[in-house]
Design a protein around this ligand. Structure first.
Ligand SMILES: *Cc1c(COP(=O)(O)O)cnc(C)c1O
Length: 364
């Protein structure tokens, strides 16, 4: 059957290798998975209790408007409920935004080395995809991006801030520069994907949601998969002008966010202890990685996320394979154009130590 070249050339998203599969294939019974930027501290006890409390509602369809959740998130982000809607993971929202705003053959833009889901979703929607080079230190190059937007007139520009897989971020000054230059480009939606927002320590990281009312073409995407530890429930949010939200609400499936995801997210947002612990464990882990990788003479990029990108100076597929044999799952990032690099999520300190030990053996 004949399909368009966008679909034919589509390289599907490759998720982190599952634990059970690795156990089977390598005959191991202990695995450390640091491949998908998941929360290493398990599920919040309060969330578990909430899920138990709502289990008897599963014969009913979920609330299609996510009414209570929307009120909670509006308060959390200091926005109006009209500025919000939700998706089955933020991945669905990326997909929806592209389907809504891009006709086949129109353009989606991001940077090289930016989150790969933008490319996969763009191709699936038969949109053309443009990548602006990163700077030498693997940061978004805002000047080059502004130029490229004016030249190519993309319908959507995606900026992951901080970015996956580089861990780098756009500063407040860079954000202001970008929006000042792009606010008149009314046909380009500027989408900030803040999946790792709560892990940021940098003082000059911009508070983008606070500026939503200043820029009509600004959109922010949030996820509950990372610091809130709900990756398996699949829930993300989009914050934007009421016009954009109305369009997303028109196109999304009415029951795209399930009952348990809705109630669990409300509890997760109120469970400050869990989030604080997740952040603390993450920052200690990152500092541990910096220290060890420095000692080992391995080049890495300082990260504002819950993972770290480093350069093995070897074919990353081989290093990845050897680590698997030792029961450590990291993430090769060749599809991003990084052939000798690996991405390693922060785990518990015990897992971090096992990963570093295995790396020492493999990279010797
Ligand atoms: C992990 C991640 C997401 C989250 O995706 P979900 O579909 O919400 O689980 C979104 N954007 C980036 C850049 C990510 O790394």
């Amino acid at each position: 059957m004949k399909v368009s070249k966008h679909i034919e050339e589509l390289m599907p998203y490759v998720p982190g290798k599952p634990i059970e599969e690795t156990k089977r294939e390598y005959g191991l019974d202990h695995i450390v998975k640091l491949a998908s930027n998941e929360s290493p501290i398990g599920v919040s006890d309060k969330v578990k209790q909430t899920i138990k409390n709502h289990i008897n509602e599963l014969n009913r369809y979920p609330d299609p408007s996510c009414f209570k959740l929307k009120q909670t998130v509006a308060k959390y982000l200091n926005l109006q409920t009209e500025n919000l809607t939700f998706g089955n993971g933020s991945n669905e929202l990326i997909d929806l935004l592209i389907r809504i705003f891009c006709k086949p053959g129109e353009k989606v833009m991001t940077s090289k080395g930016a989150f790969i889901a933008y490319k996969v979703c763009a191709q699936a929607a038969r949109a053309d995809f443009i990548e602006v080079p990163l700077t030498e230190d693997l940061r978004f190059d805002v000047k080059a991006i502004v130029k490229a937007v004016k030249q190519h007139q993309p319908k959507i520009l995606f900026i992951a801030n901080p970015n996956n897989p580089t861990g780098t971020y756009i500063t407040e000054a860079e954000f202001t520069y970008l929006m000042q230059h792009l606010k008149k480009e009314e046909n380009t939606l500027v989408v900030f994907d803040e999946a790792y927002n709560e892990f940021v320590r940098a003082k000059d990281y911009p508070q983008v949601t606070r500026t939503l009312s200043d820029y009509k073409n600004l959109v922010v995407i949030k996820t509950f998969s990372k610091v809130f530890g709900l990756a398996g429930l699949r829930i993300g949010a989009v914050a934007a002008s009421p016009d954009v939200i109305a369009l997303v609400d028109k196109v999304r499936n009415p029951f795209n966010v399930n009952t348990l995801a809705q109630v669990a997210t409300i509890t997760a947002l109120e469970d400050e202890d869990y989030v604080n612990k997740a952040r603390q464990v993450n920052w200690e882990g990152l500092d541990y990685f910096y220290n060890k990788l420095d000692q080992m003479g391995i080049k890495y990029w300082s990260s504002e996320t819950n993972f770290i990108l480093f350069d093995t100076h070897k074919d990353s597929s081989e290093v990845y394979e050897q680590l698997l044999k030792q029961g450590i799952i990291l993430r090769p990032v060749k599809e991003y154009g990084f052939n000798t690099h690996l991405r390693m999520s922060v785990g518990t300190m015990d897992e971090n130590k096992q990963a570093i030990q295995a790396l020492k053996t493999v990279l010797k």
